[in-house]
Design a protein. Structure first.
Length: 610
């Protein structure tokens, strides 16, 4: 199911354009006679997997088609099934839609020419809308729908897309569905699933287009909702969340995480505005979708650092209690990174005055979120389901309902009032967590020639010389690759697996002592980024100007950069750092020659992915 590179590719775009050059005649409504051909030239952004009856809503902000955009949707089909695929523009002709349907990939991974294309479907009330009507599927397999615009001109409007089966004979036996992902956590606890099984289930969940029948969105009519019909999207283009309740503003995970490949970053069109009033952009804080590769290693390093820091405090408290009781100063550090100090008092309390602001007083390292607000993939995913899709997990509702600003004003156990409970189950949450934790790591991409590689190597030297590695620490050691993913149910034993063997390649090598040296380029601490990068307000307890150091692995293919995507280039992202903890490094960077600065950028561009 999963592709190493989530961008599918199309060539023949010039052929398409040539063929369509005659079909924009509004009087005749002529359509192209030249099929679109899939090879390796024009990127198609993966938007997700459709089921029959699924609607991709025009109110969904991710349905904006800009110039040169191709959106790809997959579905599983059975030979002999008769399908209809409809694409409507909002408003009419904006965008001027085109649909292509491709068959399953062959053994070489190619799809060949489109099976059928439609430009103008002559639908009422907009004849410029597109429809592939009553098409009989020739073979079993996974098909691809490509949604684009005439001459790839894009448009300011959005499109609605729907897949239907006309003869009740389209479903491919054994193909995954949202329903098949609703596994029981007790079955995971009883070892009925391997980590590889859970990866595949989580992979499908990551790509599936969620439906209102699954619990997507909400049916609330007042705040914290948006007071529109289900699924109650936030009005585009604001994408402003209400408090912790969120949006929704998307229908699949992959639609916002596909820049640079599957599980990557998002572009500016996928920015959201968190913890706002649900209406005004200025009320929220902007966030760009982060890349997800290597998350399992980030999680496990954070767990080991947390255990070490909390162990140091516990030892200090024990020493302070030894008669005669006395104050003990505890210096906190883990994996070569300092976190300040605390004082274990003789009376059993702790003075956190000298604790580094890069961590909270609970001494839990939280690698996830731009502010460093979640310690585990599980809780990060849970929040994503709630705020991006309006899908609440059974465990969160059980633990935190009622909570109006978090879950809604409906009666528990259906606080979002849509008639669906346990929208994401404990077992589904485990599967998605395992999937994200086993994603491969980014890698260094060799330069095109020795001369270019020499510039990259010198750029790395300069990167260290100006002090960037003070925060973006190159290597951290993971002592043990084993992780246990527990369910939220009381008594869950979860599943234990090794990142060293279960992670998808590429992954770090295992050292002789069983540890893994992870080239991650992060210190796992929050830092003051200075006034230029400040949010307009604090995020819960985290000060407005403090952000965690994001890993730089893969940074070469995850633009735009920074937490809000404001940096269009890597050089911009460096220059926008100054004023806080990194002011010295940025000033040193500015003193370099233009060519030396470019060499640092070329080094960063080499941190990519396969």
């Amino acid at each position: 199911m999963r592709q190493v590179n989530s961008w599918m590719w199309i060539v023949g775009a010039s052929t398409l354009i040539a063929g369509c050059a005659i079909d924009d005649d509004l009087k005749t409504g002529m359509t192209s006679e030249e099929p679109l051909v899939l090879t390796a030239a024009t990127p198609v952004a993966t938007e997700g997997i459709l089921d029959y009856g699924t609607v991709v809503f025009a109110e969904n902000p991710t349905t904006l088609l800009e110039a040169k955009d191709f959106h790809g949707y997959e579905f599983d089909g059975k030979a002999g099934g008769v399908v209809t695929i409809t694409m409507n523009s909002t408003p009419c002709g904006t965008p001027d839609t085109i649909l292509d349907l491709f068959g399953p990939e062959n053994l070489a991974g190619d799809r060949g020419a489109s099976l059928i294309e439609n430009d103008d479907g002559f639908l009422s009330p907009c004849f410029l809308d597109s429809q592939i009507k009553s098409f009989k599927l020739p073979v079993d397999g996974r098909y691809l729908v490509v949604a684009t615009t005439f001459l790839q001109r894009g448009g300011n409007g959005h499109y609605k897309l729907q897949l239907t089966c006309n003869n009740n004979a389209c479903a491919l036996p054994g193909a995954p569905t949202f329903g098949s992902t609703r596994i029981n956590q007790t079955d995971i606890d009883h070892n009925l699933f391997t980590a590889a099984d859970l990866f595949e289930i989580g992979d499908f969940l990551f790509e599936t287009i969620f439906r209102v029948e699954n619990g997507m969105g909400n049916a609330l009519i007042t705040l914290p909702a948006n007071n529109t019909p289900r699924p109650n999207f936030r009005k585009f283009p604001n994408n402003v969340h209400f408090a912790a309740f969120g949006a929704p503003e998307a229908q699949s995970c992959v639609t916002c995480h596909n820049i640079g490949g599957d599980d990557g970053a998002g572009d500016l069109n996928h920015n959201i505005f968190q913890i706002g009033d649900g209406i005004n952009r200025d009320s929220g804080v902007p966030r760009n979708p982060p890349p997800l590769l290597g998350s399992g290693l980030r999680q496990q390093i954070g767990i080991e650092m947390t255990n070490e820091l909390q162990g140091q405090l516990a030892a200090g408290k024990a020493a302070a209690a030894v008669p005669p009781a006395h104050d003990v100063t505890v210096t906190l550090s883990s994996k070569g990174r300092g976190f300040g100090s605390v004082v274990a008092k003789a009376d059993g309390t702790v003075d956190f005055t000298l604790l580094n602001k890069g961590i909270d007083s609970d001494l839990i390292v939280k690698p996830f979120g731009w502010k460093g607000r979640e310690a585990t993939i599980r809780r990060f995913i849970e929040g994503g389901y709630r705020v991006h899709f309006g899908m609440q997990t059974g465990p969160q509702v059980a633990k935190q309902c009622p909570n109006v600003n978090l879950l809604g004003t409906g009666a528990c156990p259906d606080p979002d009032g849509d008639g669906v409970v346990d929208e994401i189950s404990d077992g589904q949450l485990s599967a998605e967590s395992v999937y994200v934790s086993l994603l491969e790591t980014p890698v260094r991409v060799p330069a095109a020639n020795p001369t270019a590689q020499a510039r990259v190597n010198n750029g790395e030297v300069l990167f260290n010389q100006v002090g960037c590695q003070g925060c973006h620490t190159q290597n951290l050691t993971l002592n043990s690759p084993f992780h246990t993913e527990l369910g939220d149910a009381l008594g869950s034993t979860g599943i234990t697996y090794s990142l060293a063997t279960e992670m998808h390649d590429p992954k770090p090598a295992v050292n002789a002592n069983g540890s893994m040296t992870v080239e991650i380029w992060s210190d796992f601490k929050r830092h003051d980024m200075g006034a230029v990068d400040c949010d307009s307000k604090a995020f819960n307890q985290i000060a407005a100007c403090f952000f965690i150091t994001p890993p730089l692995w893969g940074v070469g293919v995850t633009g735009p950069w920074l937490h809000d995507g404001r940096a269009a280039t890597l050089q911009d992202s460096i220059l926008l750092h100054g004023g806080g903890d990194d002011a010295g490094s940025v000033n040193a960077f500015k003193l370099l020659t233009a060519d030396q600065q470019l060499q640092i950028v070329e080094f960063l561009q080499s941190l990519g992915r396969t």
